[in-house]
Ligand binder design. Structure first.
Ligand code: NAD
Length: 281
């Protein structure tokens, strides 16, 4: 059985480090502050937003949730975001996805000023990551990297296969890893012979939202397997990976829940702190 990479433990360690930084800011009378904008009543989004606010409270980071009607116009939403951009007490802004269909998500994300874009979704930060320049890195990507670092897994010269090419996970993760000297292959729903490719991976990362996609015969013996997926199977939370089978042959594996999920929220907190520290300068 492979080593189970414990995202909760790595997140707790991160919070300890963050506490020191939060106290330092407080000594300078700065309370880091996150604003979360949520549009409509999507149940899962409401839960995510509540969890983020709870974590802020626990760390004594300020948070403000702005709830908008489902049918808000682009203009009205733009005004809300611009006001947050101009509010000196707000250091980070997060627009909870998914947005209703009548809104152009990319355009909305891009209204957030690059200094407050703690999700790393606006075009500046996407570009900065791709060019290996300083900017905000999406929280899930950062969380995956932190887990690998914690378990001393070096990505240099490794064959890394990512399943999933979304703008929030697959693509930014590929950019990060290429910039850190990994050899990266990105697969997606139109990839043929998926398992032939995934079997080549030293590190296999699945971010698809398809339960039980990655089975034993998709994985090389001794590979590191990171499961980003969050799925519900008969009301039970599971990832993309068949944990029972794959944990038998992987050298390291993340569970769901308790793997990448806790790290994503920890990295959001870290990004809010980074934003507050940067804006202080
Ligand atoms: P998405 O729907 O935007 O993208 C899914 C990607 O997976 C697409 O590129 C698609 O081509 C690919 N894909 C889907 N089914 C496939 C299949 N059968 N074979 C090969 N490729 C396939 O999703 P997303 O926003 O990137 O999220 C992916 C999953 O990760 C979801 O389950 C989501 O809930 C989860 N997620 C988890 C965290 C976390 O913190 N743990 C954060 C973000 C997303």
């Amino acid at each position: 059985m492979g080593i189970i990479m414990d995202g909760k433990k790595v997140a707790e360690k991160t919070y300890e480090d963050l506490e020191v930084r939060i106290n330092k800011l407080k000594e300078n009378n700065i309370i880091p502050m996150l604003a979360v904008v949520i549009v409509g009543n999507d149940e899962a989004s409401q839960v995510y937003v509540r969890n983020k606010a709870k974590m802020c409270e626990k760390l004594q980071i300020g948070s403000k949730v702005i709830e908008c009607e489902e049918n808000i116009s682009e203009k009205e939403l733009e005004k809300i975001i611009k006001d947050l951009n101009n509010d000196q007490n707000i250091h980070g802004i997060l627009i909870q996805a998914p947005l209703p269909k009548h809104l152009d998500s990319l355009k909305i994300f891009d209204i957030v000023s690059k200094e407050k874009d703690v999700d790393g979704f606006n075009i500046y930060n996407v570009g900065a990551l791709s060019l290996n320049k300083e900017g905000f890195i999406p929280c899930t990507v950062k969380g995956i990297i932190k887990i690998l670092e914690y378990y001393n897994i070096n990505v240099t010269s490794k064959n890394i296969v990512i399943i999933g090419r979304s703008n929030i996970v697959g693509k930014p993760l590929a950019n990060y890893l290429i910039n850190h000297n990994a050899t990266v292959t990105v697969c997606h729903s139109k990839t043929s012979n998926l398992s032939d490719i995934t079997k080549q991976a030293d590190i296999l990362i699945s971010a698809t939202g398809t339960a039980n996609l990655v089975k034993k015969d998709y994985v090389k013996k001794g590979a590191v397997v990171i499961d980003v997926g969050i799925n519900r199977n008969n009301n039970k939370l599971c990832g993309d990976v068949n944990f029972e089978e794959v944990s038998e042959i992987a050298s390291h594996i993340t569970p769901v829940p308790g793997g990448v999920g806790p790290m994503t929220i920890a990295m959001l907190m870290e990004n809010v702190l980074e934003a507050a520290e940067m804006q202080r300068k």
